[in-house]
Design a protein around this ligand. Sequence first.
Ligand code: SF4
Ligand code: F3S
Length: 104
Amino acid sequence: TYVVTENCIKCKYMDCVEVCPVDCFYEGENFLVINPDECIDCGVCEPECPAEAIVPDSEEKATDWLELNVKYAAQWPNITRKGAPLPDSDDWKDKPGKADLLSP
Ligand code: SF4
Ligand code: F3S
């Protein structure tokens, strides 16, 4: 599966949502997650994210995030259409240490 990681927090560009063939993204206030049970591993979303937040779970960067994708996919509503990115998304892009800013 692919997972959404820290770089998405406070950016939420949502370009990923538009391309997913199985609509397996779920939306929180300032972060999106993938439902690993539904992801078909096509990889199409990975290059679409301007923040490079999406990685295959085989990558070291995905450690810790797989669990969060599973958790929030069960709680948050499904999203199938791109909405407006967060207003200050460009300011938060590439900023380190955003993990604690995730709004559950
Ligand atoms: Fe959707 Fe494919 Fe990305 Fe999985 S890898 S979330 S199926 S676009
Ligand atoms: Fe987040 Fe990137 Fe999608 S910033 S909402 S994973 S396009």
